[in-house]
Ligand binder design. Structure first.
Ligand code: MF3
Ligand code: CO
Length: 255
């Protein structure tokens, strides 16, 4: 079942989304090449969420067949694309680090992710980040009443392919707002004009994961971290958006 939100509910999701945005900014600020650990980034996000009276829907999240997720955020480095568990790993100059933050504030959920550079990165890593961010924006652009879910995925996939990179297919975006994961699923690939009809009042997390090499993935021994199978770099950008009569509105930014 797809839950449509009223403008009042969308405003509440935006409040949660603002906290997510602030937490992501704090994580980026906490990056000191050769010094900060992934746990330091986690701690920066925890400080922001806690200060706003929010909690993390990731902590203790337990899909079947998984151990409960042990942290507030996901911090994934280089070939890790998502669900990296923060810990003692030190971020090194030239790394890229994908930070994923969910927020539960007064019953409403926001979800956003961003890949940051650690110090100075290669031109190829820079291009991967730029293409993934642009792919997200191309997908968001399609999130308007009358379009279909396949229009979002196909816009993302087409743009990524043209750049010579590949889209991960096993993990997808999702409805979000009254729960962390709602219907519909939002794949980062698809055919135009197919899938669920998009309507005013839908709130979606759109989140392309893009690999510099092949699209295949593997799960690391911790049971959570997902990495590229071929060891190539991966980037991840995600926004929570609302579909309105005026088109898509991003809810996980500062305004
Ligand atoms: N942004 C991811 C998602 O929407 C985060 C889930 S991470 C987990 O699925 F840690 F909670 F699993
Ligand atoms: Co998400």
């Amino acid at each position: 079942m797809i839950v449509l939100k009223t403008p009042e509910e969308i405003a509440r999701i935006r409040l949660s989304g603002r906290v997510v945005h602030e937490a992501l900014q704090a994580m980026q600020k906490a990056i000191v090449p050769g010094v900060s650990t992934t746990q330091d980034l986690e701690n920066a996000a925890i400080e922001v969420l806690t200060r706003h009276g929010a909690t993390s829907p990731f902590l203790g999240y337990k899909p079947s067949g998984h151990p409960p997720y042990p942290a507030w955020t996901c911090v994934s480095v280089n070939d890790e694309l998502v669900h990296g568990v923060p810990g003692r790993r030190v971020l090194q100059d030239g790394d890229i680090v994908s930070c994923d933050v969910g927020c539960l504030l007064n019953g409403y959920y926001g979800d956003s992710a961003w890949t940051f550079a650690v110090g100075s990165i290669s031109a190829e890593a820079e291009r991967l980040m730029r293409v993934t961010r642009e792919a997200l924006l191309r997908g968001i652009e399609q999130a308007r009443p009358g379009n279909r879910v396949g229009d979002i995925g196909s816009a993302i996939e087409r743009y990524v392919r043209k750049a010579g990179f590949s889209v991960v297919r096993e993990m997808v975006g999702h409805g979000v707002g009254k729960a962390l994961h709602e219907e519909p699923q939002v794949p980062n690939f698809g055919r135009p004009g197919t899938g669920v009809l998009l309507q005013e009042g839908m709130t979606l997390a759109i989140e392309p994961m893009v690999n510099a090499g092949g699209r295949e993935i593997r799960t690391l021994a911790d049971g959570w971290t997902i990495a590229t199978a071929d060891g190539s770099l991966s980037a991840h950008f995600e926004h929570t958006i609302a579909i309105t009569d005026k088109g898509p509105v991003i809810l996980t930014q500062g305004s």
